[in-house]
Design a protein around this ligand. Sequence first.
Ligand code: PLP
Length: 432
Amino acid sequence: MEHRSGMETDPFLSSWALRDQKCIWHPFTQAQTAAPPISILKSKGAYLYAESGKGYLDAISSWWVNLHGHAHPYIAEEITKQAKELEHVLFAGFTHPQAIILAERLLSILPNGYSRVFYSDNGSTAVEVALKMAFQVVGNGKKILSFQDAYHGDTFGAMAAAGKTHYNRPFWPYLFSVHSIPPPLPGRESESWRAFEAAICTGEIAAFIFEPLIQGSGGMRPHCGKTLSRMIKACQTQGMITIADEVMTGFGRTGPLFASSSLDVTPDLICLSKGITGGFIPLGATVAKEFLFEAFLSPDATRAFLHGHSYTANPLVCAAANASLDLLLQSGCREARAMIESEHRQFQKKWEKHPKLIRCDVVGTILAIEYRLDGASYYHPLKQRLIEFFQDKGILLRPLGNVLYVLPPYCIVRDELQTIYSTIAMTLEEWQ
Ligand SMILES: Cc1ncc(COP(=O)(O)O)c(C=O)c1O
């Protein structure tokens, strides 16, 4: 049957959602029990518009990628212009202005000390690249050190680096082993430090990977930047490579442009993705200090960094990233981030002591609340109840188990934030 004409009269048969269910396999979705997906046909600002005409306020920036609002006309225009000039060229033996300009600009806004940008396709590949660089330089059969409840992506190296979590359970037998230590959560800094010292004393650690200041998928949990800085310093003194996974925290989410600039010391590698293109097209970047780049220099071709993707540094992607940077670096964007943080803090002040909450944290533009719950887990039914409740109210929120977080695009306005807060308040005040 032809479904493409859009001429069917049966509303179900003409539904994109129904057609989707016959041909699409969705990420992190149990197809047997999941509700049909909501088909989105248009977007503008902080809103996504469904086939039904209903608008959804995107309070999580569509998995944390969108920075300046959906379908931003300036980014769309810059991609279009680039598409008419050069759509793609392989990136070994060739280069192009958008990639060079983007690298120069990233290096100029990152903390001092970085000099090389290696492009890849997404957050997981940005992490894979960092791990491979570290292994090739100092690996020697040694292990990765990482925080418990980390998340670094879904490719094998990225999964392994996070340790064994509920996100990667079916693959546990195939993951390389890592050394996992508790992150320096508030009040647990010394426990974390002791575990860190014990790990590095083994002499088994090649590299330390971490999400700076706040763990994202692990439950939007902030941790202590001072303790993390001490850890980075200790690793560097002993020749271990330090890797900041800023895939979620980068491009202003924690307030400053990068969470790493809040640390007392600069990690050796920084992984970037998600917001890098303003949420338009996927791109990964692994930014390195010069000593790492130099470690690969040799007359021997096989000592080069043997990694590359077909679409490395695609010009359209780089054009999107350059356009997004134009918007990000305007003072209005910094003010918008400060406004979001200040509104979050007012919410925090009002609700943090609520008996239904274990915690209410604000880190820059990120607000996270944790519901008090018996038997809390990522798959607890509360998660689905919250998703459906907010969807019904026209708000896109997607909790991590019993942790509900707001991580909005920077174009969101006060009234929209207030709508989100008052709807969250209903779950605290009115729900049984
Ligand atoms: C900290 C962190 N690293 C890596 C990734 C993987 O990024 P991607 O989904 O683009 O592969 C994510 C995704 O959520 C992330 O939050």
